[in-house]
Design a protein around this ligand. Structure first.
Ligand SMILES: Cc1cc2nc3c(=O)[nH]c(=O)nc-3n(C[C@H](O)[C@H](O)[C@H](O)COP(=O)(O)OP(=O)(O)OC[C@H]3O[C@@H](n4cnc5c(N)ncnc54)[C@H](O)[C@@H]3O)c2cc1C
Length: 415
């Protein structure tokens, strides 16, 4: 197989700047916005949006430049996903699942040794980058399970080892892009593990592998076009080369040490909904007149006061998100960075429903028409607090951090 790094010359994203990335995301967001209402209404997967993400090389947003990707850091990623979400948050949320997997890989340094393990790690990296950048394949994240949510220390999906790989069995729930993603990064425990905190690994399973089945049951309040559906694995054979980072049993410890992708990858998505809602409010209030007058509502002192409060809320959420992202880029895995991403997740998730409800209250009944996006923002913003870390889990995490608890110990976390 030709190495991903050797193909860089053919790839459009390599060498392009952060400004170009943001411009691309902004243009895509405008196109996504035109399709968002229809996909939301029909709960249909935005295939065209994903084609455009592919066409613009964005499946490689987290892939380092030397492998042909955009090489985004966490802050750039947060801003990029926020921008995409202003057009269609559901597309951005589904897309984030791909980036959780690729982004986690991109943070692991290239193994220097010429031992078997180092070569296996590097071969896995080359394969995954090649799939994302050149083959334009999509990776989904299949972690949550029925009755367990994302608390992976309790998961039941298991794998047994064979001579040349693994056999996976189990049921996953809430897998975004189910049926559309090409690979499913499945969290599974070693079948014979007896420990309370089992050895958990990630395995990349082919969509078309025998024994993989999916159902389409996603008909929900918000994020309706993400195809977040159950996926079942029955005696699915996975080659050894598809063991994520060629590492067994480390997943829980890695997530406890560096939770930012699972907790904070989608913070930018929900921030994007806030941005779009606030922009909608400003536009609406500038155009709608006070009853019986020619004066725009934006001239009213009470409206200005309420808008000022929302400006303060959204600015706090944005600053918290960018601050956390900067800490992740400069001191990934530090107690400060980990607490900061939980703070951002909490603030953005809680601000969303409050801000969109206030915007509806201020704009009035005409603004809840389905032809306008505000009611969709309202429904979608409600989903943020449900995703890990749930708001209550964020508060407990921050409380523990304040008391100096060792949150690197998985037993102290909610996972
Ligand atoms: C739009 C969307 C897309 C998603 N996409 C994916 C995806 O692609 N891949 C994936 O793996 N998952 C995905 N998920 C699932 C997500 O990661 C979580 O697993 C899921 O949202 C958690 O569901 P839950 O609320 O039922 O679980 P729980 O976390 O179990 O929470 C249930 C309730 O119990 C409470 N609770 C939990 N633990 C405790 C406790 N110890 N004590 C007291 N109360 C507690 C919580 O606060 C909550 O009210 C997605 C979810 C959504 C909404």
């Amino acid at each position: 197989m030709q190495k991903a790094q050797e193909k860089v010359a053919d790839i459009s994203a390599a060498g392009r700047s952060r400004e170009e990335l943001m411009k691309t995301c902004s243009e895509l967001a405008s196109r996504f916005a035109k399709r968002a209402a229809e996909h939301d209404r029909d709960s249909s997967f935005p295939v065209e949006n994903f084609q455009e993400l592919k066409d613009n090389g964005l499946l490689g947003i987290m892939v380092p430049k030397e492998y042909g990707g955009w090489g985004a850091d966490f802050l750039t990623y947060a801003k990029a996903i926020e921008t995409l979400a202003t057009g269609d948050a559901a597309t951005a949320l589904a897309f984030n699942m791909h980036n959780i997997t690729v982004g986690s890989l991109a943070e692991v340094p290239v193994a220097e040794g010429d031992d078997h393990r180092s070569s296996a790690v590097n071969e896995f990296r080359d394969w995954m980058y090649d799939q994302a950048v050149n083959e334009k394949k999509i990776f989904a994240s299949a972690t949550s399970e029925p009755g367990i949510g994302a608390h992976i220390s309790h998961l039941k999906t298991s794998y047994t080892k064979t001579d040349d790989g693994f056999i996976v069995n189990g049921d996953k729930s809430f897998v975004s892009m189910a049926g559309y993603a090409d690979y499913y990064v499945v969290a599974a425990k070693a079948a014979r593990s007896k420990s309370d905190k089992p050895a958990i690994s990630f395995l990349c399973v082919d969509r078309d592998a025998p024994g993989v089945t999916m159902k389409n049951v996603w008909d929900v309040l918000g994020m309706r076009s993400t195809s977040t559906n159950p996926v079942n694995f029955k005696d699915v054979e996975v080659p050894r080369s598809r063991l994520f980072l060629a590492s067994e049993g480390l997943a829980l410890y890695k997530i406890a040490r560096e939770p930012h992708w699972l907790v904070g990858g989608y913070v930018g998505v929900y921030l994007g909904i806030l941005t779009a809602s606030f922009d909608f409010l400003i536009d609406y209030m500038s155009k709608k007149n006070m009853p019986g007058t020619e004066t725009p509502m934006s001239q009213d002192k009470l409206i200005q006061h309420m808008t000022g409060k929302l400006y303060s809320d959204i600015t706090s959420a944005r600053l918290a998100t960018y601050h956390a992202a900067r800490l992740i880029d400069s001191q990934r895995g530090s107690d400060e960075a980990n607490a900061a991403i939980h703070h951002a997740k909490y603030l953005v998730s809680e601000t969303g429903p409050a801000l969109t409800a206030a915007a509806i209250r201020m704009c009035g009944a005409t603004a809840i028409a389905r032809r306008l996006p505000l009611e969709r923002y309202y429904r979608e913003s409600r989903c943020g607090a449900l995703m890990p870390a749930a708001s209550d889990d964020c508060l407990v995490y921050m409380g523990k951090a304040a008391y100096g608890t060792n949150l690197k110990n998985p037993i102290e976390t909610y996972w």
